[in-house]
Design a protein around this ligand. Structure first.
Ligand SMILES: Cc1cc2nc3c(=O)[nH]c(=O)nc-3n(C[C@H](O)[C@H](O)[C@H](O)COP(=O)(O)OP(=O)(O)OC[C@H]3O[C@@H](n4cnc5c(N)ncnc54)[C@H](O)[C@@H]3O)c2cc1C
Length: 261
C-alpha cells in the first residue's frame, strides 16, 4: 500500500500575538509546526505501515523552510519526503494549492492519500476535498479512526459527526481527511532524529509536474482576501448586588438576552 500524507507547515498559534496597531497577527519570530491534524495523519499512516506494511511518503507545498516539517515527519518514521516549492506557486489560494498538491500525487502515485481535516492558519478545510476532486477519487472526511482489512484490501474509516459516528469501508484509491484527536502523535526519539539526517528531502518544482501556469499561483486563484481584522471583545463589566434568587434570575435573563440559553 502506498500512502501519501499531505502536510502543511503552520505558525504555532499558541505563540502568536496580535499587533495592537494594525490588528494583524505578529508572525515574525513565531516558531512553525506541522499542522496538528496532519501530525495525526502522519502517525496513523505509520501505524498502518507497522501493522500491515506500507510505504509512507510525506509531501508539503511551501517555501524552502517547510523542509523542517518534512524532516520531522521523516524522524517520526515516514519513508520519503518531498517539498513542492517554486516561485510560481506563490499566492496560491486553496484551489491553486490543491491543484499543485494533486499534480504531485499523480506524479508520485498513491493508493491512499491522507490529509488533515483543517489547517489551523488558513482554516478552510477545503484543500483535502479539492485534492480528491482533482484526482477523481472518493473522499472520506472527519476520520476519527482508520484501519485496514487485509483480506478485503479495504480501508475501514470511522467518521465523527457532532452526535454520532459513521463507519465506512472503501476499496481502491481514496482520500481521507483526519482529525487531530484520531491519535496522540508519537514523539521522535534521538535515533530517529539522527537517522533522518541521512535521508534526502526531494524537491518537486513547477517544471516537474503536469501543470498549466494559469491554474496556479495568483493567476490561478479565484479567491482574493479583501481584508482581515481581529475580533473585538466587549469587556464591559456590570456589577449587581443581589440576593441569590434575584442573582440567578439576572444571570438567566442576561444569557437568554444574548441567545446563549
Ligand atoms: C487569495 C489568497 C492568497 C493566498 N496567498 C498565499 C501566499 O502567497 N502564500 C501562502 O503561504 N499562502 C497563501 N494563501 C493561503 C493558502 O492558500 C492556504 O494556506 C492554502 O491553500 C491551504 O488552505 P488552508 O490553510 O485553509 O488549508 P485547509 O484546507 O484547512 O487544509 C486541509 C489539509 O490540506 C492539506 N494542506 C493544506 N495546505 C497544504 C500545503 N501547502 N501542502 C500540503 N498539504 C496541504 C493538509 O493536509 C491540511 O491539513 C492565500 C490564500 C488566499 C485565499
Amino acid at each position: 500500500m502506498k500512502i501519501i500524507v499531505c502536510i502543511k507547515q503552520v505558525p504555532n498559534t499558541t505563540e502568536i500575538k496580535i499587533d495592537p496597531v494594525t490588528n494583524t497577527l505578529k508572525r515574525d519570530g513565531v516558531p512553525s509546526i506541522i499542522n496538528p491534524d496532519d501530525k495525526s495523519a502522519i502517525d496513523v499512516a505509520i501505524q498502518l505501515k507497522e501493522k500491515h506494511g506500507a510505504e509512507v511518503t510525506v509531501i508539503c507545498m511551501g517555501p524552502p523552510q517547510a523542509e523542517n516539517a518534512l524532516r520531522e515527519a521523516l524522524a517520526m518514521g515516514a519513508d520519503n519526503a518531498y517539498l513542492l516549492t517554486d516561485r510560481a506557486f506563490a499566492g496560491s489560494d486553496t484551489l491553486a494549492t490543491s491543484t499543485i498538491v494533486a499534480a504531485a500525487i499523480k506524479k508520485l502515485g498513491a493508493d491512499v492519500v491522507l490529509c488533515g481535516r483543517q489547517a489551523i492558519d488558513g482554516d478552510t478545510a477545503q484543500v483535502g476535498p479539492q485534492i480528491a476532486e482533482h484526482l477523481g477519487i472518493p473522499q472520506i472526511t472527519y476520520a476519527a479512526a482508520i484501519d485496514y482489512n487485509e483480506e478485503r484490501n479495504s480501508l475501514i474509516v470511522k467518521r465523527q459527526f457532532e452526535d454520532r459516528y459513521q463507519t465506512l469501508e472503501v476499496s481502491g484509491q481514496c482520500l481521507v481527511t483526519v482529525l487531530s484527536t484520531l491519535c496522540k502523535p508519537r514523539y521522535m526519539n534521538v535515533w530517529d532524529i539522527v537517522d533522518q539526517d541521512s535521508k534526502e528531502v526531494g524537491k518537486i518544482t513547477f517544471a516537474d509536474m503536469d501543470l498549466d501556469a494559469k491554474n496556479i499561483g495568483l493567476a490561478g486563484s479565484p479567491t482574493k482576501v479583501q481584508s482581515t481584522a481581529t475580533k473585538q471583545f466587549d469587556k464591559t463589566i456590570e456589577t449587581l448586588e443581589l440576593d441569590p434568587e434575584a442573582a440567578a434570575k439576572a444571570i438567566i435573563d442576561a444569557l437568554s438576552k444574548r441567545h446563549l440559553i
